[in-house]
Design a protein around this ligand. Structure first.
Ligand SMILES: Cc1cc2nc3c(=O)[nH]c(=O)nc-3n(C[C@H](O)[C@H](O)[C@H](O)COP(=O)(O)OP(=O)(O)OC[C@H]3O[C@@H](n4cnc5c(N)ncnc54)[C@H](O)[C@@H]3O)c2cc1C
Length: 437
């Protein structure tokens, strides 16, 4: 099979159109509407008003909510194409919403389309896909994140209703979402991977309280932010609000993560390229000691290292996307590549953004370029959607899976044994060689 790193010309035209549209029409919104929830909260009237005509244009171009597969009523572009689209969307905070591709709504729509009943699709998926409402995915708890076995937020079936009790933490967009997909323990007698379920909870369900909002930037006051600290106190939802079957929660959840991680990684590539653009522009403009920064070898090294890391990372993400398209399933190999990409993302972002900041000197450390905001995202990348360690563990597990250790005293690559075996195999040739001496 041929290797091909090219984008087909028709799709490239769409990407070129997207690139111009994002730069010219959407990026101005980033500059004017700078509140943390502005791109996500449909109730923010100014941003919603500015986005409405842009969304219509995207829909007319046939590029709205492209993440759903054809069997689910979407375009069926596959992950490579979606990745390339997200690379462009990553430049702007507003772009994913304008293109109907905003997390967590994308993943939520995916699992609603895959596992939802016709009623659930009508009530939740349709307005979500139309961009009319926001949604939330709530799994992390205040005392437990990376290890789901520690989750304690419970739901019990009482009559025709699920009764939920417990707390959730860092539930993005919870406060202004119309509904939440909440991971709850429904069976404590089996391991969590078989005993958790996902319930659809309306934001105004009695017993659901936003204890406070939490922010991931230091600029906001305590209580502000877009991530919800939630408490469920005898919160009741109808029995039919389960997504999939009881105990199927993790299976349902898993199916939303693969594509989402690729899109997130490609949006990060978009941000990395933007940081490199800034680095180059500055290096080609700023003079010191009689020459431009770009003429200094230590600056050239920063630019070269950044370009190399971004290119390696980008190709790895696209490779993972290609694997998903090829296998059409989250096989072990596919999961290994997705985890590998997720694991190295914080390092690449840290290295490139740090170099860009540093090269800008005090201007880089000011609030007058996009770099400081980008720097703040660096540690987030290693935590959101699971800590780096957990993903690295997954990579190592897969890499080690089909290998075995040494049975004898020395390893299989111990040269004395290898040479002796090779000499036995090539004895007749060696004899002739000795005869030549
Ligand atoms: C910006 C942002 C948005 C988020 N949005 C959502 C959301 O919408 N919904 C949601 O449910 N959650 C969300 N989260 C929460 C996120 O999923 C969790 O923060 C993440 O899973 C880690 O859980 P934790 O914070 O409890 O960290 P912990 O599980 O306490 O881990 C803390 C640290 O312990 C170490 N560690 C943990 N496990 C291991 C291990 N197995 N081996 C070695 N070291 C380990 C790592 O250093 C890790 O960073 C969001 C988080 C952020 C930062």
């Amino acid at each position: 099979m041929a290797w091909d790193f090219e984008t087909d010309p028709d799709f490239q035209k769409k990407l070129d159109w997207m690139d111009g549209f994002v730069r010219e029409e959407i990026e101005p919104l980033d500059l004017v509407f700078r509140g943390p929830s502005d791109p996500f909260d449909p109730a923010r009237r100014g941003p919603a008003h500015a986005m409405a005509p842009l969304k219509k244009i995207v829909q007319k171009e046939g590029l709205w909510a492209c993440h759903l597969g054809p069997e689910l009523g979407g375009k069926g572009y596959g992950q490579v194409k979606l990745g390339l689209m997200n690379e462009i969307l990553g430049r702007s905070r507003f772009a994913p919403t304008v293109f109907g591709s905003q997390a967590p709504d994308t993943g939520n729509a995916e699992i609603l389309a895959r596992f939802g009943s016709p009623e659930q699709k009508k009530r939740y998926l349709e307005p979500l896909l139309a961009g009319e409402i926001a949604s939330c995915y709530s799994m992390t708890e205040p005392h437990a994140g990376a290890d789901p076995a520690e989750f304690t937020c419970r739901a019990e079936l009482v009559g025709d209703e699920w009764v939920i009790n417990g707390e959730k933490w860092y539930a993005s967009h919870a406060d202004f979402s119309r509904f939440l997909l909440v991971v709850v323990v429904t069976d404590t007698t089996v391991p969590i991977h078989k005993g958790a379920s996902i319930l659809i909870v309306d934001r105004d369900a009695p017993g659901l309280e936003v204890v406070r909002n939490v922010s991931s930037t230091i600029m906001e006051e305590i209580g502000e932010g877009v991530h919800g600290y939630l408490r469920f106190t005898n919160c009741r939802v109808p029995k039919e609000n389960i997504l999939g079957n009881p105990g199927q929660g993790f299976e349902v959840a898993q199916s939303r993560l693969g594509g989402g991680r690729i899109h997130h990684a490609m949006r990060t590539v978009g941000q990395l390229k933007r940081a490199l653009d800034m680095m180059c522009e500055r290096a080609l403009s700023r003079r010191t000691k009689g020459e431009l920064l770009s003429q200094k070898q230590l600056t050239q090294e920063k630019i070269a290292d950044s370009y190399i890391q971004i290119t390696q990372f980008r190709l790895h993400v696209l490779y993972a996307a290609w694997m998903i398209d090829k296998h059409q399933a989250y096989t072990r190999e596919v999961r290994r590549e997705i985890a590998a990409v997720k694991s190295c993302m914080p390092t690449v972002l840290r290295d490139v953004v740090y170099r860009a900041l540093h090269l800008h000197g005090s201007l880089g450390l000011s609030n007058e370029t996009p770099l400081l905001a980008l720097w703040q995202v660096v540690p987030e990348m290693g935590i959101v959607d699971g800590p780096t360690e957990v993903h690295k563990f997954g990579v190592a597990k897969e890499v080690l899976r089909d290998r075995k250790g040494t049975e004898g005293l020395f390893p299989s690559y111990h040269l004395p044994e290898l040479i002796a075996a090779a000499e036995r195999k090539l004895a007749s040739s060696i004899e002739l060689d000795v005869g030549n001496l």
